[in-house]
Design a protein around this ligand. Structure first.
Ligand SMILES: [Fe+2]
Ligand SMILES: [Fe+2]
Length: 313
């Protein structure tokens, strides 16, 4: 079993399901075989049984607060995705999309659960969960969620899928990847949770691209409106990342804390050619922004949308 789990938690899959016909890689049978009976089998709340958060995350005040703050953004993002994917089921124009969104709804509910669970593991009591989310929630992320859920409430399927499966998830899964690289050596529990989430998100992004490309071709009149929405939503997403790197300790400060606490600073991973433990907050924000935007522009191009540069937050 150990060998299987290692395979299961190897590097997150780097490819989206290769499908030309979106029905093939996005039905419930595919979901069952690849996720619950595949990479999630034998996991408990997304990680291996018995894995725990490193003690220092609870003992050191700065690291503890930083872990809570970043996990709060994950819970809020996932709550938004849960509300959007479930809301879009009834807005979907075809049965296959409804069924895919039903699987996505369960994925998102699971993400909400595992990240909420992490907050509890970090010592946030059930009674203080909502107030902690309000206290640490990033206002730019909250605004993004409001914009997206407005479209979902209006049953605007094209705008909802672009907002959720292209913008929110296209950007979020790169953030998960970076967090995964940063935590792989020091916090296997959190890294494992992220690994399964990344695999789910790749499927969601793949669906967005496959389904929306054809809908935009069929409804070219929606393009200007969707491009405006992309510009506004991208602004709030990029602003959220900017805030995330400016708040909390820098990688250098984290290393100093670890040294002072007598913990040998373990090597953090490398992501997109950047040594995460040695980078400045500006470098981290830069590499994340560049990676996301480069890929995001390609993704939009593939669905026939021209990228609109937001005002740099
Ligand atoms: Fe998610
Ligand atoms: Fe997702």
């Amino acid at each position: 079993m150990a060998r299987r789990l290692r395979t299961q938690f190897g590097a997150p899959p780097s490819e989206e399901p290769a499908v030309t016909d979106f029905l093939k890689g996005y039905d419930i049978q595919y979901w069952l075989e690849s996720a619950p009976q595949g990479y999630l089998e034998d996991t408990e709340y997304g990680h291996l049984a018995g894995e725990e958060e490193p003690a220092i995350l609870r003992e050191n005040e700065v690291l503890h607060e930083q872990a809570i703050r970043s996990t709060v953004q994950l819970v809020l993002g996932e709550r938004c995705a849960l509300a959007a994917s479930s809301g879009l089921i009834n807005a979907a124009p075809d049965e296959a999309s409804k069924r895919f969104l039903a699987t996505q709804t369960l994925d998102e509910a699971r993400h909400v659960e595992v990240f909420t669970r992490r907050l509890h593991d970090l010592g946030v009591g059930k009674a203080e969960l909502e107030s902690t989310l309000t206290e640490y929630g990033n206002p730019n992320l909250v605004r993004f969620a409001e914009l997206l859920l407005e479209k979902v409430d209006q049953k605007d399927f094209v705008a909802g899928v672009v907002g959720q499966n292209v913008i929110l998830e296209g950007m979020a899964f790169r953030v998960f990847e970076m967090l995964h690289a940063a935590n792989e050596a020091t916090n296997p529990k959190f890294a494992h949770t992220l690994s399964g989430t990344i695999a789910d998100e790749r499927r969601h992004v793949g669906f967005g691209e496959n389904r929306i490309g054809s809908l935009i071709r069929e409804n070219p009149d929606r393009k200007p409106d969707i491009e405006r929405l992309q510009r506004e939503m991208s602004y709030y997403m990029l602003a959220t990342f900017g805030d995330a790197f400016r708040q909390g300790p820098t990688p250098e400060q984290v290393n100093q804390i670890l040294e002072k606490e007598g913990v040998k600073p373990e090597r953090q991973g490398e992501w997109q050619g950047v040594r995460l433990s040695q980078a400045t907050p500006e470098e981290l924000e830069g590499v994340l922004g560049d990676t996301i935007l480069k890929e995001f522009k390609l993704r939009l191009e593939r669905i026939g949308i021209e990228y609109q540069t937001p005002i740099r937050p």
